[in-house]
Write a protein that binds this ligand. Structure first.
Ligand code: 4AD
Ligand code: MG
Length: 479
């Protein structure tokens, strides 16, 4: 008999047909006459109820059907007598595939804190919450590829090991095979990277953008979707040292086209989740309500599905950095000293408290901020005619702050090299990047979506460590 997944069993009609089911036991309860087993195989948030008639099964066997054990069951689908499910499986055979040591198994059928579950990340896939998050994550990966494929974009694999620092922030993990106990040095005392594996200093990439631009300047519309690494020591609920980023890059797009695409993309992804992940989203919505039930009404977040629908149905507000600074400077929290980083003047970088104020309190909608001062943005962004600001754009979301960062790129060779000189970016090492500005340069734009930040928004989870299977954060690389 071929195994059927529980998601398909639950959609089946009651009949004489026999099913073979395999999965992990969530709970078992019962008495001398009958036992009820809740079985889950990860194909859906819902369990299948297995009914074991104790006239057929040995007590010894049923006693091994404990929480966490894996079993194989054959039986007939029946209309359920009890409440909570419409069908159940009347078992004919039960086989134990793997016993689960009941005294050691950390996942008991009760509520565990998310912090505790992080310590047992190897097992947390088996909880309702992580099952749901993981399935939604998959749906979002699929939707990303769908969206771009439908628009004729080409997916590019950019290198994970690089020798460049795309964002110029210097927050890179070094990649080396040098013996750290016996580092080869040059005469001037500096590390001799010529002896290293690649013959030069290398690091894990912080972004695939620079290589993405090379491809866009031939294929027109491309996107990358890969892991990126940042060695910033930010221990927040929105930062990971290893995260996944989607970076589209489009030839012949100006920054306005760029913003339009970013808005369309985010709405597509959220819509996709609502159309394809309803069971999991309903569960996650309920989870959030439970988690926040002790909070004051005004501190609670919007109900998850209502929040998703709200974003899809409303236009994002667009304004410039300069306009945002004016709003922030005159805002109540700024005047009352409630911001940790008070807004004093034009030119300061925006913190997440400011971004969230604009989105959650002032506009009550997602916001796209553009045209930031050049001093606080990367070297590759196109300079505006004012000579002061660059054609950057950040998309800001409720609860998250920055979800997307992007810009139109500087396509003029002279202006780009002048910026690099000002910012001390070595031009020799970037010869290949600069070549594109010499050989048929065109206006082009792109952006980066932090995939886990999208996941935070779609699932309503509060901590980025809980939307990626194995989070990498400062002092944590277990599993
Ligand atoms: O704003 P960022 O640094 O932009 C870039 O890397 C550009 N090269 C993108 C481009 O134009 N192609 O990062 C883009 C996004 C942020 O908006 C945020 O969502 C996410 O990546 N991000 C992080 N997510 C999790 N943990 C971190 N430490 C992150 N840093 C950035
Ligand atoms: Mg950014």
């Amino acid at each position: 008999m071929i195994r059927t997944k529980i998601i398909d069993v639950l959609k089946s009609e009651v009949s004489d047909k026999e099913f073979l089911i395999k999965g992990w036991v969530r709970t078992r309860r019962g008495n001398k006459q009958v036992n009820f087993i809740a079985l889950n195989d990860g194909s859906t948030i819902h369990n299948l109820q297995i009914v074991a008639d104790m006239e057929i099964f040995e007590e010894e066997l049923i006693n091994r059907v404990t929480t966490g054990a894996s079993i194989s069951v054959s039986g007939i689908l029946m209309q359920s007598q009890g409440s909570g499910q419409s069908v159940e499986l009347q078992a004919k055979t039960i086989e134990i595939l793997g016993d689960c040591c009941p005294n050691d198994y950390p996942l008991q059928p009760k509520k565990h804190s998310l912090e505790f579950l992080r310590e047992i990340a190897h097992l947390r896939f088996r909880t309702n919450t992580f099952g749901a998050v993981t399935r939604v994550r998959h749906a979002m990966i699929f939707a990303v590829h769908n969206f771009f494929t439908s628009k004729g974009f080409v997916n590019i694999h950019t290198p994970i090991i690089t020798s460049s620092d795309a964002e110029g922030a210097g927050e890179m993990f070094k990649v080396t095979t040098l013996d750290l106990n016996n580092i080869p040095r040059c005469e001037d005392g500096k590390i001799n990277y010529e002896e290293d594996f690649f013959g030069k200093a290398t690091n894990l990439t912080v972004s695939g953008q620079l290589e993405g631009e090379l491809a866009a300047l031939a294929l027109s519309d491309i996107y990358t979707f890969g892991p990126t690494f940042r060695a910033e020591n930010s221990n927040t609920s929105r930062h990971l040292a290893e995260f996944w980023m989607i970076e589209p890059e489009m030839a012949f797009y100006d920054n306005n086209d760029n913003m339009n695409l970013a808005e369309e993309f985010l709405k597509y992804l959220i819509n996709y989740a609502m159309n394809n992940c309803m069971d999991d989203l309903k569960f996650l919505s309920q989870r959030l309500i439970e988690e926040e039930k002790n909070k004051k009404a005004e501190e609670r977040s919007m109900e998850l599905l209502a929040k998703l629908k709200f974003v899809v149905d409303n236009e994002f507000v667009r304004l410039t950095y300069t306009e945002a600074i004016e709003i922030l400077k005159n805002s109540k929290p700024n005047k009352n000293g409630q911001f940790k980083y008070p807004i004093k003047e034009y030119g300061c970088d925006l913190q997440s408290e400011h971004e969230r104020f604009l989105v959650e309190k002032h506009f009550k909608r997602p916001v796209i901020l553009s045209d930031y001062p050049k001093e606080i943005k990367a070297f590759y962004m196109k300079l505006n005619d004012d000579g002061k600001t660059v054609r950057a754009m950040d998309v800001l979301f409720p609860q998250i702050g920055e979800i997307i960062g992007g810009s139109e790129r500087e396509d003029n060779y002279e202006k780009l090299t002048a910026r690099m000189d000002q910012m001390n970016i070595p031009k020799e090492e970037m010869w290949w990047y600069l070549d594109t500005r010499r050989f048929g340069s065109v206006p082009h734009s792109g952006f980066g979506l932090g995939f886990e930040r999208l996941m935070l928004f779609v699932t309503g989870m509060g901590n980025i460590r809980d939307v990626i299977p194995f989070p990498r954060t400062p002092k944590n690389a277990e599993f």
